[in-house]
Write a protein that binds this ligand. Structure first.
Ligand code: HPA
Length: 278
């Protein structure tokens, strides 16, 4: 695979950055990336500027997803945010570097905190479809990493520390918000792999045994890129299907989207509540 040199990356990032600075005066502090079926939080943003990915130099082309991706700049709970409407998945064929590019550009624009959500399969037997889980750690089983290749020392270190990728202080705020609002929220480990196949029973058994509570196909690339740049991270997962190997039912994408829709208000309340507290 063709990988950009540090110089090529910087040139591309700076071109994207100049373009965005020309299009908007907004300087977001928070980058929000929303998961499958969890896009409605974007409706709560007071949008000032909306910019299509296709217009932004070097942004990955999101036509694969079937709908145009957009950056929404504006405010949410009184905080300056930019939301990515439409996310890039590894299983769609994007490289790790392509998935990391938007967070890198938006960090250069000012975003110091990443708020990320996703849909996942619950393997912890205490979890049910429609529950939400605060991500307190992850296991990267993509077999790939956005930091492979030459390191840009101005971006971050060669060997980034991963002892607290999901910032403890933000987790504490999220816990407090959930408690105050009476929202049931688990806390656990998100394991990511490439997909697009769902897992076999043997795989679920294995993934549960190695310490994961939920499994999904996203989030980890963006989080690794963010941690590399020293950003704070808050991650929330919505359990959209139950992955208990001894009672496994065939996955039904309709039901996955339905569960995401059901859990979305709780997730939205936690995220807007956290932003309010910060
Ligand atoms: N496996 C992987 N990714 C997922 C799942 C799952 O069971 N559910 C939602 N995303």
């Amino acid at each position: 695979m063709q990988r950009d040199t540090v110089e090529e990356f910087r040139e591309k990032r700076d071109e994207a950055l100049s373009f965005l600075k020309n299009e908007t005066d907004e300087q977001p502090d928070y980058l929000i990336i929303l998961g499958t079926g969890l896009g409605r939080l974007a409706d709560e943003i007071d949008v000032v500027d909306s910019i299509s990915y296709s217009e932004i130099p070097h942004f990955p082309d999101s036509t694969v997803e079937g709908h145009a991706g957009k950056l929404l700049f504006g405010s949410l709970s009184g905080k300056k945010v930019v939301a990515m409407q439409g996310r890039f998945h590894y299983y769609e064929g994007y490289s790790m570097q392509e998935i990391a590019f938007p967070p890198r550009v938006l960090h250069a624009m000012g975003a110091e905190t990443l708020i990320v959500s996703n849909a996942s399969g619950g393997m912890n037997p205490n979890y049910s479809r429609g529950d939400i889980m605060l991500i307190n750690d992850h296991i990267n089983m993509f077999g790939d990493n956005p930091l492979i290749g030459p390191n840009d020392d101005e971006l971050g270190p060669r060997f980034p520390d991963m002892s607290d990728p999901y910032t403890e202080s933000l987790r504490k705020v999220a816990e407090k918000v959930a408690l105050k609002k009476g929202i049931k929220m688990h806390e656990g480990v998100y394991l990511a792999l490439s997909g697009p196949t769902m897992e076999t029973k043997a795989e679920y058994r294995f993934l549960r045994n190695i310490g994961a509570d939920v499994v999904g196909m996203s989030t980890v690339p963006e989080v690794i890129a963010a941690v590399h740049m020293g950003m704070d991270v808050l991650g929330i997962s919505v359990i959209t299907d139950e992955c208990f190997p001894d009672a496994l039912e065939p996955v039904d994408i309709e039901k996955v989207l339905e569960a995401a829709g059901e859990a979305e208000p709780a997730m939205t309340e936690v995220i807007t509540g956290v932003l309010q507290e910060l």
